[in-house]
Ligand binder design. Structure first.
Ligand code: COA
Ligand code: AMP
Length: 636
């Protein structure tokens, strides 16, 4: 007999109009849509055309109107500042309305962009929701990116206002944000009219006369602003993510489909409801932070946790359990790397015993492959379902999950279970573009249309949207992940098909790092690839070939390229290892054999490719990797 998952899945694929139209009834609309799905201009699909709503109203005001004003909306728990601050729905709405007024006073109106470069403090969430209230488009940039990356995003989004803070805190280190922001604005061609800066007590930023405003002063003068109705298809935010070049992709999210889909996923995927406490231990700079620290839990009327800390070292590997217990968390979401960090510090999970986790019901993990060791460790020590789910910045919510609110399937190690309703997942042969048999690896693609809440396009770049996602497999969205679906319908995500790597759950482009290395005056040629790492999943390593005649100390050159990546991309790249080689292994047509180098570095068996121009180079690569402590086995 069909279960609730099967029923929902079938309806969502066979009759998306009635399925999503029904789901959308759960959202507050100023004006109902004329059409659920507009499929008149593929591959540009639009949801809830003609509808008008406000995202901030659906996140905050609607709950106050429904009698939840005194319930906690957000708990800010910050072990790095040893503070906890709680906001009811009414308190959070009042702060957001006031900051919306402050932005409006600077001329921000519907459609204007506001860039947010902030640590994990309540003002970051307040700024995001204030933009939504005005119909302005926010673009949050993760704090671990360097000034140049920030400048690239400023140039693309052209924000009228930038909201930032004097500093972030990395465990015990103060990271001054303002000099990075000032540097980025200097570098950028497009300048913001104003910056609103929150001065944190541990670091005072120098303000630029006439351009910079103090957050508190702006708030003191502001008049609360009401919600501005926007079209369902108007953009809510732009979130930049790594592409295959140094130029990041500006993923756009619309207002209508986003509210509809995310509110629904809280119940169906995560099985939480209004009044429950939900915690995504991520950062507002990533898609997980957008969807599941800020929007999803608030749309549903949950209490969300904003955590400014790390899984270990703030102060110890018990902090996750402390937060779950202190705030009665029912469901938590983080990346496997965070659990690997905890497991390394506290292998037998002694610290769990100090806390009452009786209200904790499920752990969700995503962002990278969930390795079986971490899955088993979490399952046995927490005694709750541990759910791997697979998604991307582009998709905004899970492509595959064990949808706990619909039907709990048995877990298969290495699989994020089945496609969520709305996702017509297929595996195609990359050469023939024909479906492969069950269990056979191919390109993971989704038959169009994508469900609501996904990307309608890339910011100001329809062409790149088509070229990156829609061109290769006509009629399908290319996830750029490879994998397979087994005979029971479980999906397995094996690897990226492009140069994206996943470092501590953070998505990075090795191509972007190569662009930086190639800029060093002594470097003739280079390759960067991701190698296995016990903690971070993958870390990048660089291979550089020096220009003929360069006789400088190689150690110095390596230090310089490492610093260049840190300065231009940011510490988040975790680029700490590079080695000088005489040449790079290539095919006869000149393509660098990255896959083979990667196998050597990961100590996996490899075959010397038939197309290689000179097989002896592989031994040189192996020796170079040996010198830096990688690659111990000889290939075949
Ligand atoms: N602002 C400034 N710098 C930052 C930063 C931020 N918001 N976030 C990270 N960095 C810096 C770190 O301090 C570190 O700098 P270092 O090279 O000087 O040590 C560097 O960027 C790399 O950071 P990270 O990869 O996070 O490594 P880490 O050693 O600090 O922590 C983990 C490792 C596993 C504990 C950490 O990555 C983690 O908690 N991950 C959780 C997963 C997560 O949030 N994923 C997001 C998607 S769900
Ligand atoms: P991001 O856009 O930063 O969320 O990164 C998306 C990429 O992370 C995906 O394309 C996958 O390569 C990887 N990823 C995310 N979740 C999973 C998962 N559960 N299993 C395997 N890979 C994952």
């Amino acid at each position: 007999m069909a279960n609730r998952y099967d029923e929902a899945f079938d309806r969502s694929i066979n009759d998306p109009n009635s399925f999503w139209g029904e789901v959308a009834e759960d959202v507050h609309w100023y004006k109902k849509w004329d059409k659920v799905l507009d499929d008149s201009n593929p591959p540009f699909y639009r949801w809830f055309v003609g509808g008008e709503l406000n995202t901030c109203y659906n996140a905050l005001d609607v709950h106050i109107d429904n009698g939840r004003g005194d319930q906690l909306a957000m708990v800010y728990d910050s072990p790095v500042t040893e503070s906890v601050k709680k906001y009811t729905y009414t308190a959070l709405r009042d702060e957001v309305a006031k900051f919306a007024g402050a932005l409006a006073a600077q001329g921000v109106t519907k459609g204007d962009r506001v860039l947010i470069y902030m640590p994990m403090i309540p003002e970051a969430v307040i700024a995001m929701l204030a933009c939504a209230r005005l119909g302005a488009v926010h673009s949050v940039v993760f704090g671990g990116f360097a000034a140049k990356e920030l400048a690239t995003r400023i140039n693309d989004a052209k924000p009228k206002v930038i909201v930032s803070a004097s500093c972030g805190i990395e465990v015990a280190r103060i990271i001054a944000y303002k000099p990075l922001l000032d540097g980025a604005i200097d570098m950028a061609d497009s300048k913001p009219e104003k910056c609103i800066i929150i001065q944190r007590p541990m670091e005072t930023a120098t303000m630029v006369e006439g351009r910079d405003l103090d957050w508190n002063e702006a708030m003191a003068q502001a008049t609360p602003h009401d919600c501005v109705p926007v079209a369902a298809t108007d953009p809510l935010y732009i979130l930049y993510t790594s592409g295959t070049t140094g130029q990041p992709k500006g993923v756009v999210r619309d207002n209508g489909g986003h509210v509809v889909a995310l509110k629904w996923t809280m119940k169906t995927v995560y099985n939480v409801d209004a009044g429950d406490t939900y915690w995504a231990a991520s950062d507002v700079g990533w898609v997980v932070g957008h969807s599941y620290i800020v929007y999803g839990p608030l749309f549903r009327g949950c209490t969300t946790i904003l955590f400014e800390g790390k899984p270990v070292g703030t102060p110890d590997a018990g902090v996750f359990w402390r937060v779950i217990s202190d705030h009665n968390v029912k469901c938590m979401f983080t990346a496997p790397t965070a659990f690997r960090a905890i497991k390394r510090e506290d292998p037998s999970a002694e610290l769990i015993k100090n806390y009452d986790l009786s209200n904790f019901k499920a752990l969700f993990l995503a962002g990278e492959r969930l390795d079986p060791d971490t899955l088993k460790w979490a399952e046995s020590n927490l005694g709750v379902p541990v759910i791997d789910h697979w998604w991307q910045t582009e998709t905004g919510w899970a492509i595959c999950a064990n949808c706990l609110g619909l039907h709990q399937f048995d877990v298969k190690e290495g699989s994020p279970t089945k496609p969520a309703p709305g996702w017509n997942l297929n595996v195609l042969d990359p050469e023939t573009r024909e479906p492969v048999g069950s269990g056979d690896i191919g390109a993971l693609v989704v038959k169009l249309p994508l469900p609501p809440g996904t990307l309608p396009t890339l910011w100001n770049n329809d062409e790149r949207f088509i070229e990156s996602y829609m061109g290769e497999f006509p009629g399908y969205y290319k996830t750029a992940d490879a994998g397979y679906i087994d005979a029971d319908g479980y999906a397995f995500v094996m690897a990226r098909t492009d140069d994206i790597i996943n470092v501590a759950g953070h998505r990075l482009s090795t191509g972007a790092m190569e662009e930086v290395l190639a800029d060093h005056p002594d470097v003739a040629e280079c390759a960067v690839l991701g190698v296995d790492d016990q903690l971070k999943g993958q870390v990048p390593i660089g291979f550089i070939v020096l220009n003929a005649g360069v006789d400088r100390d190689q150690g110095e050159i390596i230090k310089e390229v490492i610093q260049m990546v840190r300065d231009r991309i940011g510490p988040v790249a975790s680029f700490k290892t590079a080695t000088v080689v005489k040449r790079l292994p290539k095919t006869r047509s000149g393509k660098i054999l990255r896959g083979t180098i990667q196998k050597i570095a990961d100590n996996k068996e490899y075959k010397t490719p038939a197309t290689i121009d000179d097989p002896a180079i592989l031994e040189e690569i192996e020796d170079a990797l040996n010198d830096i402590g990688l690659a111990k086995s000889r290939g075949k």
